[in-house]
Ligand binder design. Structure first.
Ligand SMILES: [Zn+2]
Length: 425
């Protein structure tokens, strides 16, 4: 058995999805066509919330918006920067509503990055390293007993750290540590006692990305969409609209807001795909997903934070109800074998899934309704903020979106995800 086979098995089991056939185990990437069902449906239905003036582009390109709704998940196989954009583990930061987590990216990244000084003044090959600040992350220290906080962030702020940091903030994530000459930060020298500016460097290491950044990424991509609208760049409008629809979808899934994202910490591994893939696939055709008109979003940052915080408040119910049901439902009626795409797979039975959605008082349906409204409102708001441009002719001729999407599909089918192994997110 080679590495790829091993990974396949790991992915399949981790996702609560066990795939058998006469040929053995198959890659989860073969399961994509039904795992992405909900994202495609949400983007499609969001089109019908829009005003008539937007329809010449959005209605005409509804297939494109729906098809490309899954591109961001495939992108997770192409770049390590993509994964953290799909989630945020809010509970690693302590207690709801997580006021210690700054709502602005610059501030959050500064606060949850460590700061060291590298002193090369002695001429030795290995520099002396002085730890100046190491962030406190509740989960790391209390649960994992891994890191120890060091230093006060406030004392860095008193030395104009934020002003030093802001112009250097990277737009992407999971980079190696960033290094800057100490001379870039005028307030520091005497404090850190480094003998010379020329032989000392500041080393900054990100500790936030691994816990996800969706709340920070959503406003960013909203700005990209608005800019594309303003420029009348229809290919980019469609790309960003399809993308943000995906991320807004993820932001409405409670398990995208917790460190226990697949129930792996509570013995409920596989609940992720159960909630967000299995239930929509079984029942979404019967859901009431007509949600009325899109509305203008005044404060984008606040809107997206509110969405995620609201979603996060459902995490306890999602986990507790599934556990209660697992304990009370007849054991042999919980998991069923089904033939799909010439494979036999085991997944939650229809009746079991129905009981779960009922016990949650229709949570998946309600969250899908909220998602459709939010996607439509995001698209509509970008259009208004861009000055309500004419979205009629000429048609889109730029094929770059399709080309990118095709290459993402190939990368995805090859496998090898960056970051978390997770089925169908
Ligand atoms: Zn996703």
């Amino acid at each position: 058995m080679n590495f790829s086979d091993m990974k396949t098995i790991f992915c399949a089991i981790f996702g609560g999805l066990i795939v058998f056939s006469s040929l053995g185990f198959y890659s989860v990437s073969m399961a994509e066509e039904w795992g992405f069902y909900a994202h495609r449906k949400l983007n499609r239905l969001a089109v019908f919330t829009l005003p008539p003036e937007m329809m010449p582009l959005f209605k005409k390109e509804i297939e494109s918006l729906s098809t490309h709704a899954v591109d961001p998940d495939r992108r997770r196989y192409a770049t390590p920067f993509e994964g953290p954009r799909h989630y945020i583990d809010l509970d690693v930061y302590g207690e709801f509503p997580y006021d210690n987590l700054p709502r602005e990216w610059n501030k959050a990244l500064a606060k949850f990055s460590s700061v060291k000084i590298l002193d090369r003044c002695s001429g030795a090959e290995v520099p002396d390293t002085h730890l100046i600040y190491f962030p406190y992350i509740h989960f790391d220290e209390e649960v994992q007993n891994k890191n120890k906080a060091y230093g006060e962030f406030d004392s860095l702020l008193a030395m104009n750290y934020q002003e030093f940091f802001n112009p250097r903030v990277p737009c992407d994530f999971y980079r190696p540590p960033w290094k800057y000459p100490l001379s870039d930060w005028p307030e520091k020298k005497s404090v850190f006692g480094c003998p010379g500016e020329d032989c000392c460097e500041i080393l900054i290491t990100d500790h936030i990305s691994k816990y996800g950044i969706i709340t920070y990424y959503l406003p960013m991509i909203q700005r990209h969409l608005t800019r594309a609208m303003r420029n009348g760049d229809k290919a980019r409008i469609l790309r960003h609209a399809a993308d943000i629809g995906h991320y807004i979808g993820d932001a409405h899934v409670p398990l995208h807001t917790t460190v226990n994202y697949n129930g792996q910490l509570t013995g409920q591994t596989g609940i992720h795909a159960f909630w967000e893939s299995r239930i929509p696939e079984l029942f979404a055709e019967d859901f009431d997903l007509i949600v009325g008109k899109a509305e203008y979003i005044e404060d984008k940052e606040e809107f997206f934070w509110d969405v995620v915080l609201y979603t996060h408040q459902k995490v306890d119910s999602v986990l507790a109800i599934e556990q209660r049901l697992r304990d009370s439902f007849p054991e042999d009626a919980q998991m069923c074998f089904e033939d799909r795409l010439q494979q036999t797979i085991q997944q939650p039975c229809r009746e079991f899934a129905l009981a779960y959605e009922r016990e949650m008082n229709g949570m998946v349906e309600r969250q899908m309704r909220k998602t459709i409204y939010a996607i439509g409102s995001s698209w509509y708001t970008a259009w208004v903020d861009a000055g309500e441009p004419d979205l009629g002719e000429p048609v889109v001729t730029d094929q770059s979106h399709q080309l990118e999407s095709d290459s993402l599909r190939r990368v995805y089918q090859r496998g090898g995800i960056y970051g978390r192994e997770q089925v169908n997110e």
